[in-house]
Design a protein around this ligand. Sequence first.
Ligand SMILES: O=C(O)CCC(=O)C(=O)O
Ligand SMILES: [Fe+2]
Length: 441
Amino acid sequence: MKRFGKCDRAKESKKQKLLKEIEDRKLPYLTPKDVQFEQLSKAKYAKLYIRRASCVPQEIHQKVQQGLTTLQDCRCFAQDLVQIKEKDVLTPVYRLLVGDPGSTYCYLNTRLFTIPWPSRGVEVKYSSDEIGEACKAIKDLNEYLHVEAMKVLLDDCSADVEEIGFVAKAATSTLIKDSGSMKDGTYQSKQSSTSAVLKDRTSFNVTLLNYMDPSRMKYLKEEPYFGMGKMAVSWHHDENLVERSTVAVYNYSCDDLGPAADESNTSTKGRDPAVWHVGLKIAWDIATPGLAFPLDPGDCYFMLDDLNMTHQHCVLSGMQPRFSSTHRVAECSSGTLDYIFQRCDVAMKNLQKDPMLGIPSLISLELDSVKQTEEIHNEVEFEWLRQFWFQGKRSAKASDWWFEPMALLEKSWREMEQMVRFHIMMLIMLAEKGYCIILRL
Ligand SMILES: O=C(O)CCC(=O)C(=O)O
Ligand SMILES: [Fe+2]
């Protein structure tokens, strides 16, 4: 997994430079009570789309909020031990990954393993029926957010055929890159290719659920640039996502304070610290004011297209406990069980068994094939087994689904261990026979 490299160090020093430039003065930011809020949102934050709770079906609210509460009551959430600037840190928010069976999601050097949501053809035993229902509700929410995100993106496309909107343009430019040219395509085929691209970028395969009760979290960092107050999640870009994919978030702040939109009537400056907000800013830009928008229970927001690349976001704590469900298209090319089992198969191709005696031996002693086995051996050990067991039996609170594949991976790992041992034995034997061995591993 990625370590704190040169690039991170360069970013850190750029950040320190910015903080120095700002010194003690704080940068301006806007909330909906500021008159320029609308204008700034349109001009600089156009790819942020908010859907207020009143426009989301009541059935979704009821089932999702019940589901999140159940998962919390069953203690399925846990703090993650992540790496920030080479230090190990516990996240203030408690998290749980739900998603496609066998998928994982990496962030800040930690691999999280999905509690599978119900999927056709996959049998999942949940620890209780209520947990099963909760995962079903999250899956239905996922489907709803996918459909809504598609509508928003396609609306933007169909607004005007000539002057297509930002998202369609981005999708179309990908198509041009992929197909070399669009000259011979009909309008319909362009449209359907565009919607296929947009479909891929909104087919969320995981959701990272968050939970935090601020009354139990005494120490929270202050937002450093704008003075937005306490942060539950610091400024960041979401990692490991399919390029230009949407991130859709359902907010459930267990608010008994009345609607957050009340903010628009108050005359105090800045955001209301009692209400949960999401903060947004343009990355590395200290000229454009930031945004803090308040969230009522059931509000959803979407970070469309490349917003997550060009902008950073943070979560500003309110007073009440809060859940969120953050739906993502995780980049899974090396993050699924299918993938890692295929890798194991590749390594096993170099192992044969004597048909009579059943004694295993290596087929090839070529350096490349031994090296490849060792790479796969390490990948299974460090990216999967250690990552999984380090998190203990946390996933078992919701389901025992991962234990069987983990046992299979461990079996493969043992076989690869044996293959390395064979190889070393061969080298020793050759050395004893007087061969000169040059190791280039
Ligand atoms: O809770 C939210 O609104 C967003 C959380 C977030 O940014 C994250 O989990 O990456
Ligand atoms: Fe995020």
